[in-house]
Each structure stands twice: as structure tokens, then as C-alpha cells.
Ligand binder design. Structure first.
Ligand code: HEC
Ligand code: HEC
Ligand code: HEC
Ligand code: HEC
Ligand code: HEC
Ligand code: HEC
Ligand code: HEC
Length: 382
């Protein structure tokens, strides 16, 4: 790959807090020290009380609605709901009883009021534990439940899959059979697991390496991606529109592909992170920054092949492949030297060149972001 040297190390890592975006001088940058020194002081002294008054704890974004249309749509996206509190979990509300048998263990999830109870039995004994959270949006691929037992958190051994409309084994759990009923319930979450799962699926679940689950806001919210949105909110409330603000206008859509891949890759995984993994085979199809970087279309400096060229993180994924044609044509319609037109078809480009491939155990077909010409019986290119 010609652009290998440009792919800097994995500075974007959800586990370590990850980079955030600060608009400066009309461009998006990673936030620098300055913001971390000045703003926290402001936030603590004056801003937090006001912000608290302006925001409800659950939907911080409602405070941004009057001025930003993004705040109307983003909270309803799968990313915005990547974690759901049990009270609000649509799957569990709509399906008051879920049951499945895997090997010698039978599982049951039952709604009681606004809570849900998860139990497993081998016919002799039964263990029951309350569900605290659903990891994964109800509207999306599927969800794994986070149970609480004896003051510890467990990842459920069965998960809900939208395609099955039913429970099935949690991905990765089928490699070993549970030794006892306790193991059949789920996997004990280590501190590391909690930092990483909640770090990517929710906001404010950690501060550095410290877990702060009591402050957690479910889902990927504004301030997971935008630094200091609270102090900005204050400035806007205090000084109003047009006043001197720390946040200048951005030039939307101008970021180079590689910068965006690294930013989104703090959760969707970066190229550098995946290339270090032992052979994942088809297992890497879900890591879009890695797959895209391997495609012939990829140019690390070109914004037209960045995640943001095709996806708006404030809106739900566009599920109609035809709607992406203009994105391909931005280069293949004569806009980029070397990007030839297709001899086979004039529309629905992604349906042939970004094939949907089943990821075993996930009950979902991911769109392969390694854009390419498909040949019959072609091996999956890693
Ligand atoms: C009272 C109106 C108001 C409120 C409330 C407000 N903003 Fe803003 N915001 C602005 C203005 C004005 C700008 C300046 C850029 C512009 O003109 O679009 C801005 C800029 C931004 C930018 C940078 C956009 C750019 O073009 O550079 C982000 C990100 C942002 N706001 C996020 C938020 C978030 C998150 C919240 C809620 C916590 C919020 N804002 C609340 C008025 C507001
Ligand atoms: C803080 C972590 C995080 C960051 C940063 C992040 N994502 Fe996500 N994203 C997620 C999670 C978690 C999901 C899974 C939601 C689910 O299925 O429950 C997701 C899902 C998605 C989806 C699929 C939505 C659907 O309807 O299935 C798209 C598209 C997406 N992200 C694009 C992006 C883009 C583009 C960026 C960069 C601008 C980005 N994401 C940055 C965590 C993140
Ligand atoms: C580095 C960030 C990251 C970490 C850590 C992470 N996830 Fe995710 N998760 C994602 C993203 C991004 C998606 C969106 C689906 C995709 O494109 O792969 C997702 C999707 C999911 C889904 C939807 C179903 C599926 O398989 O896609 C479930 C369930 C899930 N994650 C559970 C978990 C659990 C449980 C943990 C901890 C053991 C965890 N995740 C850790 C980023 C992360
Ligand atoms: C998954 C990450 C992510 C989340 C969550 C997110 N944003 Fe953004 N936002 C971005 C990125 C990336 C850009 C830059 C877009 C670009 O340059 O094309 C952006 C740009 C913006 C802008 C400037 C738009 C423009 O045209 O310049 C505003 C305003 C904004 N976001 C508000 C919000 C608000 C309000 C929320 C919460 C309701 C939010 N964002 C949540 C990633 C995110
Ligand atoms: C040239 C356009 C294009 C670019 C660039 C692009 N995507 Fe996609 N993406 C698509 C299409 C097309 C789909 C499938 C939509 C559908 O049919 O549901 C998709 C689907 C997704 C999904 C949903 C899961 C799946 O595989 O179906 C996620 C998550 C995602 N993209 C993330 C990203 C991230 C992160 C980046 C940047 C590294 C990126 N995409 C860059 C076109 C693009
Ligand atoms: C940033 C510009 C750009 C965008 C956007 C882009 N491409 Fe490309 N694409 C190229 C270039 C340049 C080449 C030729 C690279 C070469 O031959 O080395 C290419 C090559 C291809 C090839 C031939 C690959 C092969 O295996 O030989 C296909 C097919 C293709 N693109 C389809 C698409 C589709 C479909 C989309 C939209 C989903 C798209 N491209 C978006 C620039 C782009
Ligand atoms: C019905 C499936 C299908 C659709 C839809 C489709 N293509 Fe293709 N495309 C192919 C096949 C098959 C080839 C290989 C043709 C060949 O080898 O002569 C190809 C070849 C290409 C090439 C390589 C051209 C070359 O001369 O090397 C590019 C670039 C490309 N397609 C882009 C696109 C774009 C952009 C679109 C949407 C406007 C698109 N394709 C729609 C099937 C499709």
C-alpha cells in the first residue's frame, strides 16, 4: 500500500479518552492543552450550575436544540443510543418475555415494571440477576445485556439479534462451553472491560483511567466528540448569538480522509490497530477505517473518501445504497484523474462494489468498505 508511511500510530484510542474535535481558525483540530487548562476552571466556577439548569440529565442535547439542528437528530441515531438504560430499552419493553435454550442451559428475560430480570437454569439450579443496561441500540444490529450480581457487572452470555428477532449466543461466547451455571449466566467484566465497553458506547463513563459509571450518559453524545460543549453552551446563553465565542465557524467537510478515519477509528478501530491484530479473516469486515484504507479509491489527503463524505454522524445511517452514487461520482464522474467510469452500470455503485458480507455469529451483513471489483469465487481480501 503506497500510503503506508502516512498512517501514523494509533493515537486515536477510545480506551484512553481519545481525541476530541475543537474548531480553531476555521478548521477542525484535535483539542490542545489550552482548552484543558482554561476551560475546566471556567466550567467548575460558573458554567456547571447554569448548564445543569439548562440541561436535563438524560438528554443533554436538548439544550443545543434551539441553535443546532444536529441536536434534533443525533440523539435518535444508533450511535446516540449505543447504550440504553434498562428503563428505556425498547427491545425489552416491546418483548416482555424472551427465552432461548443453548446447549443444556435455558435463558429467560422477563419485564417487571420498568426493569428486566435475566435468568439461566440447567434444570437443577437457577440464577437470576437484574439487567442494568443494554449495550447496542435497540434500532441496530443487536444488543448484549449488562447484568449486576453481587456488586459485580456481567456481560450476558446470550444477546438479542434484530435479524433473528430472538436471543442467540453472544458473539465470541461459543468458543468454550460454560463449566457451570455461573459461567453460563455471563462473563464477569474486568475493570478493563468496563473502561472499554462503556468508553465507546456511552459518554462520561470514565475520566482518564478512572471509571465514573455514576456519571455515565448512555450513548455517544455531543461532548464525546465535541470538547467543551458545556462551556460553549454557557457562552451562548450568557452572551447570545454573535458575541465573541471560543468557537469560530468551521469549514464543513474539509478534513482529510486519514484524519477522519483516525477520529472515527477511536471507536470503529483505526487501520493501525487492526493491522497489529493476528489474522482476523472476515472478522475485520466491521472495521471500516481498516477496510477503506485497503481500497484503491483511498487517498489519505482527499476529503471525498473520508467517513464524513458518506456519513453524517448526526443522522441515522442512510440505508439506500443508490443514495451514495453521488459520493462515488465525485471522483468517478471525472473529478479525479485515474478514477475511471464504470463500463457496467451507471447507478447503485455500492451495491456491486461494496458487497454486504455476513459476519459469522453477528447475524448481520456488513458493507465491505474495501471498495473493489468483485469477481466470482473471489477470496475475501484481507
Ligand atoms: C444560543 C445558541 C446556541 C446554543 C444553545 C448552542 N450553540 Fe453551539 N454554536 C452557536 C453559534 C452561534 C456557533 C458559532 C458557529 C456558527 O455560526 O454556526 C456555534 C458553534 C458550535 C459548534 C462549532 C460549529 C462550527 O461551525 O464551528 C459546535 C460543535 C457547537 N456549537 C456545539 C454545541 C453543542 C454541543 C451545544 C449544546 C451543549 C451547543 N452548541 C449549544 C450557538 C449555540
Ligand atoms: C465514542 C465512540 C464512537 C465514535 C467517536 C464514533 N462512533 Fe460511530 N458508532 C459507535 C457505536 C458504539 C456504534 C454502534 C451503535 C449500535 O449499533 O448500537 C456506532 C455506529 C455507527 C454507525 C452505524 C449506525 C447504524 O445505523 O447502524 C455509523 C454509520 C457510524 N457509527 C459512523 C461514525 C462516524 C462517521 C464517526 C466519525 C465522525 C463515528 N461513527 C464515530 C461509536 C462511535
Ligand atoms: C473501541 C470501541 C468499542 C468497544 C471497546 C466496544 N464496542 Fe461494541 N461496538 C462498537 C462499534 C463501533 C459498534 C458498531 C458496529 C460495528 O460497526 O462494528 C459496536 C457494536 C456493538 C454491538 C451491536 C452488535 C454488534 O455485534 O455489532 C454490541 C452488542 C456491542 N457493541 C457490545 C459491546 C460490549 C459488550 C463491549 C465490551 C465487551 C463492547 N461492545 C466494546 C465499538 C466498541
Ligand atoms: C460521533 C461524533 C459526533 C457526535 C456524537 C456529535 N458530533 Fe457534531 N460534529 C462531528 C464532526 C466530525 C463534525 C465535523 C463535520 C464536518 O466538518 O463535516 C461535527 C460538526 C458539528 C457542527 C458544525 C456543523 C458544520 O456544518 O460545521 C455542529 C453545530 C455540531 N457538530 C453539533 C453537534 C451537536 C449539537 C451534537 C449532539 C446533539 C453533536 N454535534 C454530536 C462529530 C460528532
Ligand atoms: C464512499 C462512501 C463511504 C465511505 C467513504 C464510508 N462509508 Fe460507511 N457505508 C457506506 C455504505 C454504502 C454503507 C452501507 C449502507 C447500507 O446499505 O445500509 C456504509 C455502512 C457503514 C456502517 C454500518 C455498518 C455496515 O457495515 O453496514 C458503518 C458503521 C460505517 N459505514 C462506518 C464508516 C466509517 C467509520 C467510515 C470511515 C472510515 C466510512 N463508513 C466510510 C459508504 C461509505
Ligand atoms: C476520492 C476519490 C474516489 C472516491 C470518492 C471513490 N473512488 Fe473509486 N477509485 C478512485 C481512484 C483514483 C481509483 C483508481 C485507483 C487505481 O487504479 O490505482 C478508484 C478505483 C475504483 C475501482 C476499481 C477497483 C479495482 O479493484 O480495480 C472501483 C470498482 C471503484 N473505484 C468504485 C468506487 C465506488 C463504488 C465508489 C463509491 C462507493 C468510489 N469508487 C469512490 C477514486 C475514488
Ligand atoms: C451491476 C454491478 C455494478 C454496478 C451497479 C456498478 N459496477 Fe462498476 N463494475 C462492475 C464490474 C463487474 C466491473 C468490472 C468490469 C470489467 O472488468 O470490465 C466494474 C468496473 C468498475 C470500475 C473499473 C473501471 C476500469 O475501467 O478499470 C470502476 C471504477 C467502477 N466499476 C465504478 C463504478 C461506479 C462509480 C458505479 C456507479 C456509478 C458502478 N461501478 C456501478 C459492476 C458494477
Amino acid at each position: 500500500m503506497s500510503s503506508g508511511s502516512r498512517r501514523r500510530g494509533n493515537r486515536a484510542d477510545g480506551d484512553r479518552g481519545g481525541p476530541k474535535l475543537c474548531p480553531k481558525y476555521g478548521r477542525w483540530h484535535e483539542c490542545k492543552r489550552f482548552d484543558h487548562m482554561i476551560r475546566p476552571i471556567l466550567v467548575v466556577l460558573v458554567i456547571l450550575p447554569l448548564v445543569a439548569a439548562a440541561q436535563t440529565a438524560k438528554t443533554g442535547a436538548s439544550a443545543c436544540v434551539p441553535c443546532h439542528s444536529q441536536a434534533k437528530t443525533q440523539p435518535h441515531t444508533s450511535m446516540g443510543q449505543a447504550l440504553e438504560a434498562v428503563e428505556d430499552c425498547k427491545v425489552l419493553i416491546d418483548r416482555p418475555v424472551l427465552a432461548v435454550t443453548v446447549g443444556r442451559y435455558s435463558y429467560r428475560i422477563e419485564r417487571k415494571g420498568n426493569q428486566s430480570e435475566y435468568s439461566v437454569t440447567d434444570g437443577v439450579g437457577t440464577i437470576t440477576a437484574p439487567i442494568r443496561w443494554a449495550m447496542g441500540a435497540s434500532s441496530s444490529i443487536g444488543q448484549t445485556y449488562i447484568l449486576e450480581k453481587g456488586g459485580e457487572l456481567y456481560e450476558s452470555r446470550v444477546s438479542y439479534y434484530r435479524e433473528l428477532k430472538e436471543l442467540g449466543p453472544t458473539m465470541g461466547s461459543t468458543t468454550s462451553a460454560p463449566a457451570n451455571l455461573n459461567e453460563a449466566l455471563g462473563r464477569l467484566m474486568t475493570v478493563e472491560d468496563k473502561l472499554s465497553c462503556f468508553g465507546c458506547h456511552s459518554t462520561d463513563a470514565k475520566s482518564g483511567r478512572q471509571l465514573t459509571l455514576e456519571k455515565l450518559k448512555p450513548g455517544v453524545q455531543c461532548d464525546h466528540c465535541h470538547e467543551s460543549s458545556e462551556s460553549h453552551l454557557l457562552a451562548m446563553i450568557q452572551f447570545g448569538d454573535g458575541a465573541e465565542s471560543a468557537i469560530p465557524k468551521s469549514t464543513a467537510g474539509g478534513l482529510a480522509a486519514e484524519q477522519v478515519s483516525d477520529f472515527c477509528g477511536q471507536c470503529h478501530r483505526t487501520w493501525a490497530e487492526i493491522v497489529m491484530q493476528p489474522n482476523l479473516g472476515i472478522g475485520n469486515v466491521r472495521f471500516q477505517p481498516y477496510r477503506l484504507a485497503g481500497s484503491k479509491c483511498y487517498d489519505p489527503d482527499d476529503p471525498r473518501i473520508s467517513c464524513l463524505a458518506c456519513h453524517d454522524p448526526h443522522r441515522e445511517l442512510v440505508a439506500e445504497t443508490k443514495d451514495y452514487d453521488s459520493k462515488c461520482q465525485a471522483c468517478h464522474g471525472g473529478g479525479k484523474p485515474g478514477a475511471k467510469p464504470c463500463r457496467v452500470a451507471k447507478s447503485n455503485c455500492a451495491s456491486c462494489h461494496m458487497p454486504k458480507l455476513e459476519l459469522p455469529g453477528a447475524h448481520y451483513k456488513f458493507s465491505d468498505h474495501r471498495i473493489r471489483i468483485m469477481k466470482p469465487n473471489q477470496r475475501y481480501p484481507e
